[in-house]
Write a protein that binds this ligand. Structure first.
Ligand code: FES
Length: 125
């Protein structure tokens, strides 16, 4: 299996069995990101406690990349400090989700990244 095939399998697995999907009852911050071109959405909810992301969940609908990347980012940020999440770079996230995503597919993957970035920046203020 090539590295690209492995990443495709991982995306499919997250799409079919999304991690941290659902309503986070005690969320301290939430935001909905929306792609106006296709209508796909990611509603990201985070429970901040002190300087940490205690919990994160999402609800969404859309393409496999947008939904799988939302699942993946919730796994990545849970338990991290706010500063660690703020230090996450867009390109690093894209390389985790998959390489050779064209510009349109990058937008799919970045819906959840942008949601998390806005929530963390808002919390930090
Ligand atoms: Fe809409 Fe992927 S096609 S976010």
């Amino acid at each position: 299996m090539t590295e690209e095939e492995i990443k495709a399998e991982i995306i499919l697995d997250h799409y079919r069995n999304p991690r941290n999907y659902g309503k986070l009852e005690n969320a301290t911050s939430a935001i909905t990101e929306y792609n106006p071109i296709c209508g796909d959405t990611v509603h990201m909810q985070i429970l901040f406690e002190g300087n940490a992301v205690r919990d994160a969940k999402f609800i969404g609908r859309g393409c496999s990349i947008s939904q799988a990347s939302a699942s993946m980012i919730t796994e990545m940020i849970k338990g991290k400090t706010v500063d660690e999440v703020m230090a996450m770079k867009k390109d690093d996230f894209l390389s985790v989700v998959g390489f050779n995503l064209g510009p349109a597919r990058e937008k799919c993957a970045l819906l959840s990244f942008n949601a998390v970035e806005k929530l963390v920046k808002g919390y930090k203020k």
